[in-house]
Design a protein around this ligand. Structure first.
Ligand code: PMT
Length: 210
């Protein structure tokens, strides 16, 4: 199968020097890309700015902003059988990006933020994607409730939820612990283990949805 995988953060510029971003090293998404390749699949990896290297064999597309990620997904998704949205996309961007470095003259600075497009939420409704759709949920409270709500609202087949209030897993860690929520209502906990192990199990579960 051909996998489209988003990974890493997006960066939303404020001025030529500063930006808004989310915490994400890309490790989880890159591990999924590697596991998919090892299972014999084709992988297009759409990545925000990270310092890790893409697995050999993946077609890597680098983007910076959520808008760029949206455009790249829109272009690539029609040729894919599976789309896995692991990126930590910034939900908001600055309405007007300053052309020059903002001088720190005032004690307070107010930025007006506007909502970025919901890329995962557009997969079915805007891009018309009919393949296997896998979303992630980064939650700090009520993990199961939020995950099920995202699974339904974004029309996913599978939602991978992690508790990002924990400092021992998820952001920038080598390990994670996730709960899988399936469209048929079933759930599966993948206990604390390396992102590589979690990625391999995830690929197996995705294959069984085929
Ligand atoms: O990169 P690491 O350091 O290894 O950390 C991994 C991780 C914690 C970033 C990863 O496991 C994870 O949880 N990724 C999803 C982060 C996130 O943005 O979750 P969310 O609950 O805010 O978003 C829900 C889903 O919608 C996600 O699939 C996200 O990619 C997608 N989304 C969100 C906003 C947006 N504008 N467009 C989107 O497509």
């Amino acid at each position: 199968m051909h996998f489209l995988i988003t990974a890493g953060p997006t960066r939303e510029p404020i001025d030529p020097v500063r930006y808004l971003s989310n915490r994400s090293s890309g490790k989880m998404g890159y591990a999924i890309a590697e596991a998919a390749l090892e299972a014999g699949h084709q992988v297009t990896l759409l990545s925000g700015p990270v310092v890790i290297s893409a697995p050999e064999g993946a077609t890597l597309i680098r983007v910076e902003t959520a808008k760029e990620m949206y455009d790249a997904v829109s272009e690539c998704i029609p040729g894919c059988d599976v789309a896995v949205f692991c990126a930590a996309v910034a939900d908001y961007r600055v309405e007007t990006v300053a052309g020059e470095k903002i001088k720190k003259l005032a004690d307070r600075l107010t930025l007006t933020l506007v909502k970025n497009p919901d890329i995962l939420g557009s997969a079915r409704s805007v891009f018309g994607f009919g393949g296997i759709l896998v979303g992630f949920a980064a939650e700090t409270t009520d993990l199961a409730r939020h995950a099920v709500e995202k699974l339904e609202r974004k029309q996913c087949d599978l939602l991978v939820a992690n508790d990002v209030s924990r400092t021992d897993i998820a952001f920038d860690r080598e390990v994670n612990e996730v709960t899988l929520f399936f469209r048929n209502g079933s759930q599966e906990n993948l206990p604390l283990s390396s992102k590589r192990e979690i990625a391999h199990t995830l690929i197996t579960r995705i294959e069984s949805l085929r």
